[in-house]
Design a protein around this ligand. Sequence first.
Ligand SMILES: Nc1ncnc2c1ncn2[C@@H]1O[C@H](COP(=O)(O)OP(=O)(O)OP(=O)(O)O)[C@@H](O)[C@H]1O
Ligand SMILES: [Mg+2]
Length: 237
Amino acid sequence: MTARRQTNMYLKTSGLKLSYPLPDGKALAILNIDNFGIDKGMTVGLMGPSGSGKTSFLYCISGIERPQEGEVWWGDVVINKLSPIVMDRWRQKNIGFIFQDFHLIPRLTPLDNVLLPAYFRYSTPSPQIKEHARGLLKRIGLEGCNVNVEKLSRGEKQRVAIARALIMSPPILLADEPTGSLDHSTADAVIELLMDICRENGTTLIMASHDHAVMSRLSQVYFLYEGKMFMKGDRDV
Ligand SMILES: Nc1ncnc2c1ncn2[C@@H]1O[C@H](COP(=O)(O)OP(=O)(O)OP(=O)(O)O)[C@@H](O)[C@H]1O
Ligand SMILES: [Mg+2]
Protein backbone atom coordinates (compact mmCIF):
# COMPACT_ATOMS: atom_id res chain seq x y z
CA MET A 1 0.00 0.00 0.00
CA THR A 2 1.50 3.37 -0.97
CA ALA A 3 0.37 6.94 -0.54
CA ARG A 4 1.07 9.93 -2.79
CA ARG A 5 3.71 12.28 -1.55
CA GLN A 6 3.81 16.04 -1.41
CA THR A 7 6.94 17.04 -3.32
CA ASN A 8 8.54 15.93 -6.56
CA MET A 9 11.91 14.99 -5.07
CA TYR A 10 13.08 11.46 -5.85
CA LEU A 11 14.27 10.64 -2.34
CA LYS A 12 12.56 12.35 0.53
CA THR A 13 12.79 11.47 4.20
CA SER A 14 10.74 13.14 6.88
CA GLY A 15 10.86 12.91 10.65
CA LEU A 16 13.47 10.17 10.44
CA LYS A 17 14.47 8.78 13.84
CA LEU A 18 16.67 5.73 14.28
CA SER A 19 18.06 4.29 17.50
CA TYR A 20 19.67 0.98 18.39
CA PRO A 21 18.79 -0.97 21.55
CA LEU A 22 21.45 -1.10 24.26
CA PRO A 23 22.03 -4.13 26.52
CA ASP A 24 20.70 -2.19 29.55
CA GLY A 25 17.34 -1.77 27.79
CA LYS A 26 17.92 1.88 26.87
CA ALA A 27 18.26 3.09 23.30
CA LEU A 28 21.23 4.70 21.53
CA ALA A 29 19.87 7.54 19.41
CA ILE A 30 21.63 7.68 16.03
CA LEU A 31 19.55 9.68 13.53
CA ASN A 32 17.09 12.51 14.07
CA ILE A 33 16.64 14.15 10.66
CA ASP A 34 13.62 16.41 10.09
CA ASN A 35 13.62 16.63 6.31
CA PHE A 36 16.01 15.50 3.61
CA GLY A 37 15.53 15.21 -0.12
CA ILE A 38 17.39 14.81 -3.38
CA ASP A 39 16.41 14.87 -7.03
CA LYS A 40 16.66 12.02 -9.49
CA GLY A 41 20.07 11.61 -11.10
CA MET A 42 21.94 13.59 -8.45
CA THR A 43 25.30 12.41 -7.18
CA VAL A 44 25.34 13.11 -3.45
CA GLY A 45 28.10 12.78 -0.91
CA LEU A 46 27.67 12.01 2.75
CA MET A 47 30.43 12.94 5.18
CA GLY A 48 30.68 12.96 8.95
CA PRO A 49 32.86 11.64 11.75
CA SER A 50 33.20 7.92 12.29
CA GLY A 51 30.16 6.74 14.23
CA SER A 52 27.99 9.68 13.12
CA GLY A 53 25.53 7.37 11.38
CA LYS A 54 26.43 7.41 7.67
CA THR A 55 26.08 3.65 7.27
CA SER A 56 22.92 3.69 9.39
CA PHE A 57 21.43 6.39 7.14
CA LEU A 58 22.24 4.39 4.00
CA TYR A 59 20.65 1.33 5.64
CA CYS A 60 17.49 3.35 6.42
CA ILE A 61 17.08 4.70 2.90
CA SER A 62 17.67 1.26 1.38
CA GLY A 63 15.23 -0.48 3.73
CA ILE A 64 17.91 -2.62 5.37
CA GLU A 65 17.10 -0.86 8.67
CA ARG A 66 13.63 0.35 9.60
CA PRO A 67 13.63 3.70 11.41
CA GLN A 68 11.44 3.80 14.54
CA GLU A 69 9.82 7.00 13.28
CA GLY A 70 9.41 8.85 9.99
CA GLU A 71 9.06 8.04 6.33
CA VAL A 72 11.46 7.22 3.52
CA TRP A 73 10.02 7.99 0.10
CA TRP A 74 11.62 6.88 -3.16
CA GLY A 75 9.44 8.24 -5.94
CA ASP A 76 5.88 7.45 -4.90
CA VAL A 77 6.72 4.59 -2.54
CA VAL A 78 7.12 4.87 1.24
CA ILE A 79 9.58 2.04 1.48
CA ASN A 80 9.64 1.70 5.27
CA LYS A 81 5.92 0.93 5.25
CA LEU A 82 6.29 -2.01 2.84
CA SER A 83 6.06 -5.60 4.10
CA PRO A 84 9.45 -7.35 4.40
CA ILE A 85 8.88 -9.44 1.24
CA VAL A 86 7.72 -6.50 -0.86
CA MET A 87 10.59 -4.43 0.53
CA ASP A 88 13.14 -7.08 -0.47
CA ARG A 89 11.72 -7.20 -3.99
CA TRP A 90 11.73 -3.39 -4.21
CA ARG A 91 15.36 -3.28 -3.04
CA GLN A 92 16.49 -5.98 -5.48
CA LYS A 93 14.93 -4.06 -8.36
CA ASN A 94 15.98 -0.54 -7.42
CA ILE A 95 19.13 -0.49 -5.33
CA GLY A 96 22.75 -1.37 -5.88
CA PHE A 97 24.50 -1.29 -2.50
CA ILE A 98 28.28 -1.18 -2.11
CA PHE A 99 28.74 -2.32 1.50
CA GLN A 100 31.52 -0.83 3.63
CA ASP A 101 32.57 -4.37 4.61
CA PHE A 102 31.87 -5.82 1.13
CA HIS A 103 29.50 -8.71 2.09
CA LEU A 104 31.02 -11.02 -0.53
CA ILE A 105 30.24 -14.74 -0.53
CA PRO A 106 33.35 -16.82 0.23
CA ARG A 107 34.30 -19.84 -1.89
CA LEU A 108 32.91 -18.14 -4.98
CA THR A 109 34.93 -16.44 -7.69
CA PRO A 110 34.70 -12.70 -8.37
CA LEU A 111 32.57 -13.47 -11.45
CA ASP A 112 30.05 -15.54 -9.45
CA ASN A 113 29.92 -12.89 -6.72
CA VAL A 114 29.23 -10.21 -9.30
CA LEU A 115 26.52 -12.41 -10.84
CA LEU A 116 24.74 -13.07 -7.51
CA PRO A 117 22.07 -10.38 -7.99
CA ALA A 118 21.37 -11.85 -11.44
CA TYR A 119 20.98 -15.34 -9.93
CA PHE A 120 18.48 -13.89 -7.41
CA ARG A 121 16.51 -12.12 -10.14
CA TYR A 122 16.54 -14.71 -12.94
CA SER A 123 17.80 -18.03 -11.44
CA THR A 124 19.91 -18.52 -14.56
CA PRO A 125 21.75 -15.41 -15.73
CA SER A 126 21.65 -14.84 -19.50
CA PRO A 127 24.84 -14.90 -21.61
CA GLN A 128 24.41 -11.11 -21.98
CA ILE A 129 24.48 -10.57 -18.20
CA LYS A 130 27.53 -12.82 -17.92
CA GLU A 131 29.22 -10.76 -20.60
CA HIS A 132 28.25 -7.58 -18.75
CA ALA A 133 29.76 -9.02 -15.53
CA ARG A 134 33.01 -9.83 -17.33
CA GLY A 135 33.02 -6.31 -18.79
CA LEU A 136 32.60 -4.76 -15.33
CA LEU A 137 35.40 -6.93 -13.93
CA LYS A 138 37.59 -5.78 -16.79
CA ARG A 139 36.75 -2.12 -16.09
CA ILE A 140 37.81 -2.55 -12.44
CA GLY A 141 41.01 -4.39 -13.34
CA LEU A 142 39.99 -7.91 -12.26
CA GLU A 143 39.45 -9.50 -15.65
CA GLY A 144 40.09 -13.26 -15.59
CA CYS A 145 40.62 -13.37 -11.81
CA ASN A 146 39.48 -16.89 -10.86
CA VAL A 147 40.67 -16.99 -7.24
CA ASN A 148 37.88 -17.36 -4.69
CA VAL A 149 37.13 -13.98 -3.14
CA GLU A 150 38.31 -14.78 0.40
CA LYS A 151 41.84 -14.97 -1.01
CA LEU A 152 41.72 -11.48 -2.52
CA SER A 153 43.25 -8.35 -1.01
CA ARG A 154 40.88 -5.84 0.63
CA GLY A 155 41.18 -3.53 -2.36
CA GLU A 156 40.33 -6.36 -4.77
CA LYS A 157 37.36 -7.38 -2.62
CA GLN A 158 36.15 -3.80 -2.62
CA ARG A 159 36.29 -3.70 -6.42
CA VAL A 160 34.31 -6.96 -6.67
CA ALA A 161 31.69 -5.44 -4.34
CA ILE A 162 31.50 -2.40 -6.62
CA ALA A 163 31.02 -4.51 -9.77
CA ARG A 164 28.33 -6.57 -8.01
CA ALA A 165 26.40 -3.40 -7.09
CA LEU A 166 26.47 -2.32 -10.75
CA ILE A 167 25.56 -5.59 -12.46
CA MET A 168 21.80 -5.01 -12.64
CA SER A 169 22.23 -1.34 -13.69
CA PRO A 170 20.16 -0.16 -10.69
CA PRO A 171 18.47 3.27 -10.81
CA ILE A 172 19.82 3.97 -7.30
CA LEU A 173 23.38 3.33 -6.19
CA LEU A 174 24.29 3.57 -2.50
CA ALA A 175 28.03 3.41 -1.92
CA ASP A 176 29.40 3.12 1.61
CA GLU A 177 33.03 4.29 1.52
CA PRO A 178 33.62 2.56 -1.83
CA THR A 179 37.25 3.65 -2.04
CA GLY A 180 38.17 3.10 1.62
CA SER A 181 40.52 0.19 0.82
CA LEU A 182 41.96 1.50 -2.44
CA ASP A 183 45.20 3.33 -3.23
CA HIS A 184 44.85 6.81 -4.77
CA SER A 185 45.15 5.83 -8.42
CA THR A 186 42.82 2.81 -8.14
CA ALA A 187 40.36 4.97 -6.16
CA ASP A 188 40.46 7.60 -8.92
CA ALA A 189 39.77 4.97 -11.58
CA VAL A 190 36.90 3.47 -9.57
CA ILE A 191 35.29 6.87 -8.97
CA GLU A 192 35.68 7.64 -12.67
CA LEU A 193 33.85 4.39 -13.44
CA LEU A 194 31.06 5.11 -10.95
CA MET A 195 30.58 8.64 -12.29
CA ASP A 196 30.58 7.40 -15.92
CA ILE A 197 28.00 4.76 -15.14
CA CYS A 198 25.81 7.23 -13.24
CA ARG A 199 25.99 9.65 -16.18
CA GLU A 200 25.30 6.92 -18.77
CA ASN A 201 22.32 5.47 -16.89
CA GLY A 202 20.95 8.53 -15.06
CA THR A 203 21.68 6.71 -11.80
CA THR A 204 21.06 8.48 -8.51
CA LEU A 205 24.17 8.06 -6.38
CA ILE A 206 24.58 8.57 -2.64
CA MET A 207 28.08 7.93 -1.41
CA ALA A 208 29.46 7.98 2.13
CA SER A 209 33.14 8.82 2.25
CA HIS A 210 35.82 10.53 4.32
CA ASP A 211 37.70 11.47 1.13
CA HIS A 212 37.39 15.18 0.25
CA ALA A 213 38.82 14.64 -3.25
CA VAL A 214 36.06 12.12 -4.01
CA MET A 215 33.41 14.40 -2.53
CA SER A 216 34.49 17.33 -4.71
CA ARG A 217 33.31 15.39 -7.79
CA LEU A 218 29.72 15.02 -6.58
CA SER A 219 26.85 17.41 -7.19
CA GLN A 220 26.01 17.97 -3.52
CA VAL A 221 27.64 17.07 -0.21
CA TYR A 222 25.92 16.65 3.16
CA PHE A 223 27.36 16.21 6.65
CA LEU A 224 25.91 14.06 9.37
CA TYR A 225 26.69 15.38 12.83
CA GLU A 226 25.04 14.50 16.14
CA GLY A 227 22.18 12.80 14.32
CA LYS A 228 21.37 15.78 12.10
CA MET A 229 21.96 16.34 8.40
CA PHE A 230 23.65 19.56 7.23
CA MET A 231 24.25 20.72 3.68
CA LYS A 232 27.92 21.50 3.00
CA GLY A 233 28.56 25.05 4.07
CA ASP A 234 25.94 24.95 6.84
CA ARG A 235 28.64 24.09 9.31
CA ASP A 236 32.34 23.29 9.32
CA VAL A 237 33.09 19.70 10.21
N1 LIG B 1 23.25 -2.82 15.03
C1 LIG B 1 23.74 -1.91 15.90
N2 LIG B 1 23.50 -2.00 17.23
C2 LIG B 1 23.98 -1.08 18.09
N3 LIG B 1 24.71 -0.01 17.72
C3 LIG B 1 24.98 0.13 16.41
C4 LIG B 1 24.52 -0.81 15.44
N4 LIG B 1 24.96 -0.39 14.22
C5 LIG B 1 25.64 0.73 14.45
N5 LIG B 1 25.67 1.05 15.75
C6 LIG B 1 26.28 2.26 16.34
O1 LIG B 1 25.67 3.37 15.70
C7 LIG B 1 26.62 4.43 15.52
C8 LIG B 1 26.63 4.83 14.05
O2 LIG B 1 27.22 3.77 13.30
P1 LIG B 1 27.46 3.86 11.74
O3 LIG B 1 28.09 2.58 11.34
O4 LIG B 1 26.19 4.24 11.08
O5 LIG B 1 28.50 5.09 11.66
P2 LIG B 1 29.35 5.61 10.42
O6 LIG B 1 29.13 7.10 10.33
O7 LIG B 1 29.02 4.82 9.21
O8 LIG B 1 30.84 5.33 10.89
P3 LIG B 1 32.16 4.99 10.01
O9 LIG B 1 32.62 6.28 9.38
O10 LIG B 1 33.15 4.50 11.05
O11 LIG B 1 31.79 3.93 9.01
C9 LIG B 1 27.94 3.90 16.02
O12 LIG B 1 28.12 4.39 17.34
C10 LIG B 1 27.76 2.39 16.04
O13 LIG B 1 28.53 1.79 17.04
MG1 LIG C 1 30.09 3.51 8.06
